[in-house]
Ligand binder design. Sequence first.
Ligand code: HC0
Ligand code: SF4
Ligand code: SF4
Length: 572
Amino acid sequence: MIKFKIDGIELEVPKGTTVLEAARSVGIKIPSLCYLKDVNKSSSCRVCVVEVGPRLIASCTLAAENGMDIKTNTAKVREARRTVVELLLSNHKRECTTCVRSENCELQALAKDLNIRDIRFEGEKTTCPIDDSSTSVVRDQEKCVLCGRCISTCGNVQSVHAIGFANRGFSTVVAPAYHKPLSDTVCINCGQCIMACPVGALHEKENIKDVWNAIADPDKYVVVQTAPAVRVALGEEFGMPVGSRVTGKMVSALRKLGFDKVFDTDFAADLTIMEEGTELLKRLESGENLPLMTSCCPGWVKFVEHFYPDMLDNLSTCKSPHQMEGALIKSYFAKKMDIDPAKITVVSIMPCVAKKFENQREELSSENLQDVDIVLTTRELAQMIKEAGIDFANLSDEEFDNPLGESTGAAVIFGATGGVAEAALRTVFEITAGKELEAIDYEVVRGTEGIKEATIELPNGKSINAAIAHGLANARKLLDMVKSGEKKIDFIEVMACPGGCVTGGGQPIIDAKTREVMDVKIERAKAIYDEDKSLPIRKSHKNPYIKQIYEEFLGEPNGHLSHELLHTHYQK
Ligand code: HC0
Ligand code: SF4
Ligand code: SF4
């Protein structure tokens, strides 16, 4: 153990602890900007300087040593921090009142805390065109503070390396290789860089106006659907604690916004289990294209396309649930209601920015109509609710519309890593057993371990080796083990975002300080599993509307119409 002093307080910490971590552990507040727990330690911004003897040193990379006497609050420290932030602001596009991150900006908060009222330095400014080439992520280098948090996320957490530092000195910017537009790179659109960015330099491609226009158009029938993970995060945008469940209020808000029908992506998640479960049993039988890999995360699908094209046939042919839901809205529902499908606009509310890429893929349309027309993130929905002046916190609970709004607990858990696998196991196990099963909580596939494995013995004497990865660096490790023959796996679930969709790139942004004291993916996942427990039906094949849609319309899982509407194929 290391013994040392910070501001006169005697501390004992394990070797390797940084001064910043030690100080924060006893409630001493040291501001920082580039530091992001478990992701980025670069000491590039110098905001976290402390006094060590005669020197000022960045505390985020300074390991505590025996006998140190650290001072965090001297005139010299305060002045140094103020100078650093003023210099950052002197080369920052300061359009705070109209910035997408206004009031949720770590630079703005720093300037406020440090009482910066004017900027002593005015000089050259970085000029760089906005890169809005991507369907999902917009880059504005004139707001970038060069903290490197996005680069570390893309490289270390996702193992994608789509962006890095380019140029030198004052000309340094964050950019893809050869300054290519982001759309021309291996970027898989996960938006985890947005979640890491402390300022407004990275944000989602906004589609709010498109939705207002559709709602205002009398010729359009506008249907909305909501992803599993949105209901456990939307409340945070209205000051509610992380992990608040706001399903009923969300439905109520969507009706007030003017949508004609409010459906639930969870219905199609149940349907995915029927389709993908059947596909798994068939592949286990034939031994072809194993392991079966889930295909509901568009970030993951694109990752396979870029980095493991030889494994494309292993992906499930199922479209992702919100695409299935869109296809059914424009076929089954349109027919039931006698509405021309071309007049229907399907809007998906997703915790995800990759879904803004997915809905535009040619592989995901039926009869020349896009399954889903517009994708909004959880953040964009919150923005619309605020714009409409809806008092979200005081809304009463409302129910989804039917027939495409009824779902089970198995569908809700799709939002957390391991959820798709657990939902599939609940159904596959019971179908193979041919009888009702009580023990349906597969704890072994839950939790935040990067790679999880489970062998499930089926009642018919066969077994399934399942593996689950979240965060693409983990997925890469897993696939490499499968390819080398080190692991024999039958079923793989991957979600690109660490934690799964609960912490997707479209969710409310959690600042670095909060990320230090709380694991947001755990809190939101808890809410997801609580929602599952609260529902009367918790297995996809028990959803009465799923039974009905097969009887009335689809026929059987993996049948002809299912293949036409609900499945696709990704090609090299
Ligand atoms: Fe997900 Fe989904 S669970 S990808 O993570 O499968 O975005 O929440 O909507 O489509 O259902 C995201 C979340 C979904 C889909 C579902 C799946
Ligand atoms: Fe990297 Fe994901 Fe950001 Fe693309 S969206 S640059 S893959 S972190
Ligand atoms: Fe989108 Fe979920 Fe995949 Fe993240 S894990 S890219 S939020 S689908």
